[in-house]
Design a protein around this ligand. Structure first.
Ligand SMILES: [Mg+2]
Length: 237
């Protein structure tokens, strides 16, 4: 591990899952494209549909949280509202099927992930954790489909990633936050909670980012940016 780049010894590496270990957001985006095309038959412009859907998702978040079920309810609710209740039952069924497809897509780890996790999991004294937010069953299912389960000492699925959730995970692993490296694709959901908890962060921006996850980025002594997860550990792919 390239410890020299950080100010202390790393004793735990905590990985975000979606869009850090495997692609997820592109599947949501392709559903949104299909949804936009479906609603265009009701005379609605795709840009307006996207904007209105995002507003609906944000409004539902405090009650429904993150994940596919919340997203699917928002898709239906927004379609009913935008079509003033005229959407057909068969189109509602199609929207439900779009949401359902997000529970079963093939989970393919990005290049270099398997080798990196395999290498890390064999280092004595370094705990490897998966830390993700969303629905328990869906996140567990994606992890199982990814084939990566065996590399993690700890799997922590939370309703939201807060600094307190990072601290609780560090306590669970019995590792100080300052000796914990959090790896993720979202500055808002991975990097910020990590540094607020006193951990270090490796930021690996993803090709696709959910609008909700966009945040103002800034420089911080405990944050480094990488092009891939493998690059953090000096591996090239
Ligand atoms: Mg992510």
């Amino acid at each position: 591990m390239r410890e020299a780049i950080y100010s202390g010894d790393i004793r735990a590496v905590v990985f975000d899952a979606d869009d850090t270990l495997w692609d997820c957001q592109s599947h949501f985006e392709s559903v949104q494209d299909r949804y936009g095309r479906l609603l265009s038959s009701y005379g609605l412009a795709p840009e307006c549909v996207g904007e209105s859907l995002f507003t609906t998702e944000c409004r539902n978040m405090p009650l429904l949280g993150f994940g596919v079920k919340a997203f699917t309810i928002s898709l239906i609710e927004n379609a009913c509202a935008m079509t003033h209740g005229t959407i057909s039952g068969s189109d509602i069924k199609e929207i439900i099927d779009m949401g359902r497809s997000l529970l079963t897509f093939e989970v393919r780890p990005f290049a270099g992930i398997c080798d990196t996790l395999s290498w890390l999991s064999r280092i004595d004294g370094v705990r490897v954790a998966l830390f993700t937010k969303g629905e328990l069953l869906d996140q567990q299912s994606k992890l199982a489909r990814s084939g990566l389960s065996g590399y993690f000492d700890v799997v922590d699925i939370v309703s939201d990633k807060t600094p307190q959730a990072v601290l609780s995970l560090c306590q669970r692993m019995n590792v100080e936050p300052c000796r914990t490296l959090v790896v993720g694709n979202s500055f808002k959901s991975d990097v910020l909670p990590a540094i607020e908890a006193g951990a270090k962060a490796a930021y690996v921006p993803s090709q696709y980012l959910w609008q909700y996850e966009s945040a103002e980025e800034f420089e911080h002594p405990e944050v480094r940016t990488y092009r891939s997860v493998a690059e953090i550990f000096g591996m090239t792919y």
